[in-house]
Design a protein around this ligand. Structure first.
Ligand code: ARG
Length: 581
């Protein structure tokens, strides 16, 4: 049990004794360590409800609360309860973490299934920075949810059935370079897509040819289906290479095409159930009228006031849309996987789409907690949307290569004597870690400025700093004459820096659940930075190898715990740690 949980149950018991009935009494981490480690405003809230004096109520609660051996408490201001954990309680708790594989993290997700929908690039179109963000954030959320005990199903819902296939089919038949496709499929498909796209702009006849190829594909033409199939296969292989490099994996790759057979039936069902109706030949979902305009995703405020903003699920020509597929997808996830939660890690621009889908699904009778985990854009150092010099969208693979190249330089400067092969491996770990951490340490909703120098700095809020902190800890253990066994160590806390390090280690189990309250891996990232800083202060203030006996064993155990939390925490962000740097 974490200190927060422990204090909450002690406080609840005292509150119940004082007011004669159970009442909510939440405890949170203190915002300022000068006042204590934890705080609660329960006395103030309860006093207001009961119209009594908050300080007097707080005092009554403190008279009843049993904090023996755990904490001291006092009342501040109008009736805040402040708790300070005793150093011996931190010592006893961190000692239990030595034997706890999960480092104090509770299984809050037990018995619940969450589907994480992330990455989801479009086949034969470039994977752009939006997909980078989705891939990195989604992977981290999947790892964290799994660690918290959820049953996690990660699904790469690739766009494998879009209108781009009209162009790809036409290009495949007229200008594909088979050797280039063989050698490196994604750039060749991209070239074909771009060339045909340009040709359609120059010559409307080409556009017509593309459209007719698409119609043939959708009608089940065998040749076109075969090409499409091949296109998906090579693209998946190309994507897999990127995912391998990123150490990202999926339980499923159910792309849009997987749901093709369901779409017609779903549209019919929406019609018969009255959730959708025909308008100008198209089948559309309109507002249900249950919500005020401001809250209704099917209403929009235009110049002349509020008007309909329907979601089309079948076009007048019979074609289905992104919304139709997403409804089929949601239905599948709820019925086949028994999803309790579905997290869609997709950029902010699709927010209206998801609000419409979630409301339509609710009206359809699907019950799952659906969340659009949205994120902003990545900006270049000029604060404009990140583009390459030629004005194209930046490709994920180029970002990774450049990161690794730059990391290699940093490492060569730091440690020129590393054998080449090891140096290359470390550069890969550090470069990719840096890109991921730069992403994950940001509030996902704010646009962030991509800066190579900042993300690769060894001193700063970066992955290399955290990786290096861990390397420093590992090097302490390499200096020992005989292997250290933490399991028999007793934790002794006397110095402030030591107490603070123990406090930080004890927080791991409290921080992790907060990440999924609002889907913010940056809370974990920032915690790890704090932990690393706490470790460095400890290491400066408290001699480890030069101390003796039980103090030495205790400090070594704190070093080991720090390394375990850093390694586990970084692992949950999808970041690996090198042994040396
Ligand atoms: N392929 C889409 C895109 O690149 C993202 C799909 C997200 N997932 C979903 N269920 N709609 O924009």
């Amino acid at each position: 049990m974490t200190f927060q949980q422990d204090l909450e149950s002690r406080l609840a018991a005292a509150v119940c004794a004082v007011i004669g009935e159970p009442a909510a009494a939440p405890v949170t981490a203190a915002t300022d360590l000068r006042f204590g480690d934890y705080q609660s405003n329960a006395a103030m809230v309860l006093a207001k409800q009961r119209k009594t004096n908050p300080r007097a109520l707080a005092q009554e609660i403190l008279d009843r609360i049993d904090l023996a051996g755990v904490a001291t408490a006092d009342i501040a201001g109008p009736g805040f309860l402040n708790f300070r954990i005793l150093p011996e309680a931190y010592a006893a708790y961190t000692a239990t973490l030595i034997r706890d594989e999960k480092l104090g993290v509770p299984d809050i997700g037990k018995g619940r299934t969450v589907v994480v929908d992330f990455s989801a690039p479009n086949v034969a179109k470039p994977m752009h920075v939006g997909h980078i963000r989705s891939t990195i954030i989604g992977d981290s959320l999947s790892r964290i949810a799994r660690y918290l005990g959820f049953t996690v199903i990660s699904d790469n819902h690739i766009g494998d059935w879009g209108t781009q296939f009209g162009m790809i089919l036409h290009g495949w038949k007229t200008l594909l370079d088979h050797a280039a496709l063989e050698a490196d499929p994604i750039p060749e498909l991209l070239r074909v897509y771009r060339d045909v796209n340009a040709a359609t702009k120059a010559d409307p006849a080409v556009l017509e040819l593309c459209k007719s190829e698409l119609v043939k594909l959708q009608a089940g033409d065998a040749d076109n289906l075969a090409i499409w199939q091949q296109c998906i296969e090579v693209s998946k292989k190309g994507l897999q290479k990127i995912y391998d490099r990123l150490d990202v994996s999926f339980d499923h790759w159910l792309g849009e095409s997987f749901y093709n057979d369901q779409l017609a039936g779903i549209v019919e069902e929406f019609l018969t159930k009255g959730i959708a109706r025909v308008s100008d030949g198209a089948v559309c979902i309109f507002a249900s009228g249950e919500f005020p305009d401001e809250q209704d995703p099917f209403r929009v405020n235009k110049e002349n006031g509020w008007t309909d903003n329907p979601a089309i699920i079948r076009k007048a020509d019979g074609g289905f849309l992104y919304a139709t597929t997403d409804l089929a997808t949601l239905d599948y996830r709820v019925k086949t996987w028994n999803a309790d939660h579905i997290w869609y890690v997709v950029g902010v621009p699709q927010s209206l789409h998801f609000r419409q889908i979630f409301d339509a699904a609710r009206r359809w009778g699907l019950h799952a907690d659906c969340q659009h985990v949205a994120f902003g854009s990545i900006l270049g150092e000029d604060r404009k949307l990140m583009k390459t010099r030629s004005g194209d969208n930046v490709q994920l693979i180029d970002v990774l290569e450049e990161a690794v190249e730059r990391a290699a330089k940093v490492i060569a400067e730091k440690n020129p004597d590393l054998p080449a092969e090891e140096a290359a491996q470390i550069a890969e770990t550090v470069g990719i870690g840096a890109v991921k951490f730069a992403e994950l340490s940001q509030n996902r909703l704010t646009d962030y400025v991509f800066s190579w120098d900042r993300m690769l700095a060894l001193q700063g809020d970066t992955a290399p700093y955290l990786q290096y902190s861990n390397v420093r800890i590992l090097s302490i253990f390499r200096k020992l004459d005989e292997p250290f066994d933490a399991s028999s160590a007793t934790i002794l806390l006397t110095e402030d820096a030591e107490i603070h390090l123990a406090r930080l280690i004890a927080r791991f189990g409290e921080v992790l659940p907060t990440v999924i309250e609002d889907y913010r891996p940056n809370l974990l990232a920032n915690y790890l930075l704090e932990l690393a800083r706490g470790f460095h202060s400890f290491f400066e203030a408290c001699p480890v190898l030069k101390s003796e006996g039980p103090v030495r064993a205790s400090r070594l155990a704190l070093c080991e715990l720090s390394s375990r939390v850093l390694t586990t925490g970084l692992g949950l962000l999808g970041i690996k740690v090198p042994e040396r740097m």
